[in-house]
Design a protein around this ligand. Structure first.
Ligand code: PHE
Length: 488
């Protein structure tokens, strides 16, 4: 109703000068008019300008007198024509009415406050105060002197009145069109969309609040491991190449070309680009030699080493591919001892089950120095794993093509009450290090483990697919706690 009134009025009139008057004339609540004006203004049906007015409203006391009459009037009426003793008059009236009434009536010269009696001085009086209060209550203006007097008596207080003056806006129409928010299949098919008016985008509206990023448990554990390595003085190796050549992933590591791991059943080979373009040729030659005929007191594997096999690109199957590149680079400069680490993703063509995925993360550490022994490896492993909260370690002889001796690492799990395998380690073979050009007395001790294993233990996850991959519950990523390595 308010909306029709406004739009209808503007059809034939230039302006609504004052929404307050407009509302009063039509007997519509002003608040309702204001809400409609705001909404029409938002859609530019109308242009609205603020108007402010100082008005007066009655205090509670003021309101009371509109019903009872002013105290002076009440007092005057309580006095009989023959007069009345003051104390009797007092009994007839409220304490405050009596007090104020006496003062005001005397001021108005309505009454005589005699020693014996209080008497009327005039026959009739008019309750002007009540009249004025009623006028204000009805929104009518009164003279400045009257305002001053009523204000002094705290019967009225000022109030700012807010309203609008309204004119047609750029989108003015006598009736508001229903704007549509979505283009639907139905109105698209029927052609109705041509007639429809679509709601404009509100670019300044705030979107739904974005949740902050959440760290995946693997990232949290990775950050802690990185910190442990850094505290132990290790440098991080650059691991930003998932694609690697077979050469760096296998051949440089003295892994024979017939090794089952080099089969496509175990490794993902690339279709495009299927081969690597560049390898350090003199080093490639020395690697071929060591595989075919040996050297450095090794007999080699005595087979026909094929360059094409080494050129094949693959998704790296372990981060030791990165270690081999780094050690080769190290060998190109005058020797300096190094401690390196990496934590990154590797890929294996494995059947996926509760504990295996085709991609996972490896943690790898290595120390390269003159005269290192297996004891150094055991010592470093104790140091490293104690930072992870694993203080009881056991080692078991193992086999890797690139390490000798090799050891599997076991740790006693207090919760599971058993020894669990936690990693693999060894001393890189001379067949790997010497062709690179590292000095004869330089040894490299190294170890590797998965990032998933400790993370699953720490977070109590027993199916790797709940930790990583497309089936992970996003709630886990949002709500997972901070689990600290070493204090569980
Ligand atoms: N590369 C080994 C693996 O993938 C781990 C390892 C790293 C073993 C370094 C020995 C030395 O399991």
């Amino acid at each position: 109703m308010a909306e029709e009134a406004i739009l209808g009025y503007l059809q034939n009139n230039e302006e609504i000068k004052d929404s307050g008057e407009f509302a009063a004339e039509r007997n519509i609540d002003h608040n309702e008019i204001v809400n409609v004006i705001k909404s029409l203004h938002g859609f530019r049906y109308v242009d609205a300008e603020d108007i402010k007015r100082e008005t007066w409203v009655l205090t509670d006391e003021g309101k009371t007198y509109t019903a009872t009459g002013s105290p002076e009037f009440q007092l005057f009426n309580a006095i009989p024509p023959e007069g009345i003793p003051k104390d009797e008059l007092q009994k007839k009236l409220d304490a405050s009415v009596f007090k104020i009434g006496c003062a005001q009536a005397a001021k108005n010269k309505w009454v005589e406050m005699g020693k014996q009696l209080v008497t009327r001085k005039v026959q009739n009086v008019e309750d002007k105060v009540k009249g004025l209060l009623l006028q204000i209550q009805q929104g009518q203006g009164i003279g400045p002197d009257d305002i001053k007097a009523l204000k002094a008596r705290k019967l009225i207080v000022p109030q700012t009145w807010k309203g609008y003056s309204v004119r047609k806006g750029p989108n003015y129409a006598p009736k508001r069109k229903q704007v549509v928010t979505d283009l639907t299949r139905e109105n698209f098919q029927s052609g109705e969309w041509k007639e429809l008016e679509f709601k404009e985008y509100n670019y300044s509206a705030k979107g739904a609040p974005l949740e902050g990023g959440h760290l995946h448990p693997l990232l949290k554990v990775r950050a802690q491991l990185k910190q442990i390595f850094l505290c132990m003085g290790f440098e991080e190796m650059p691991t930003n190449n998932f694609v690697e050549s077979s050469f760096w992933n296998f051949d440089a590591l003295f892994q024979p070309q017939q090794h089952p791991a080099r089969d496509s059943h175990d490794t993902f080979f690339l279709d495009a680009p299927s081969t690597t373009k560049r390898l350090p040729e003199d080093y490639v030659e020395r690697v071929k030699q060591i595989h075919e005929i040996g050297g450095y007191e090794s007999r080699g594997y005595a087979y026909d080493w094929k360059r094409e096999e080494a050129n094949k690109n693959l998704l790296r199957t372990h981060t030791t591919a990165v270690s081999s590149r780094m050690l080769y680079q190290l060998a190109q400069k005058p020797f300096a001892p190094k401690k390196y680490f990496s934590i990154d993703r590797v890929f294996r063509n494995e059947a996926v089950d509760r504990t295996h995925l085709a991609e996972f993360h490896q943690i790898e550490g290595l120390v390269c120095d003159r005269g290192l022994t297996l004891c150094d490896l055991i010592g470093v492993l104790h140091d490293f794993f104690s930072h992870l909260g694993m203080t009881k370690l056991k080692f078991k002889p193992a086999y890797n093509p690139y390490t000798e001796p090799s050891m599997e690492i076991f740790s006693y799990h207090e919760g599971f009450k058993k020894w669990v395998e936690v990693g693999n380690s060894g001393m890189f073979r001379p067949e790997m290090l010497r062709p690179m050009g590292l000095p004869d007395d330089v040894q490299v001790i190294a170890w590797g483990l998965s990032l998933e294993r400790p993370t699953m233990i720490l977070y109590g996850i027993d199916n790797i697919r709940d930790l990583f991959g497309p089936k992970v519950d996003l709630g886990l990523i949002k709500k997972n706690p901070i689990c600290r390595l070493g204090i569980n």
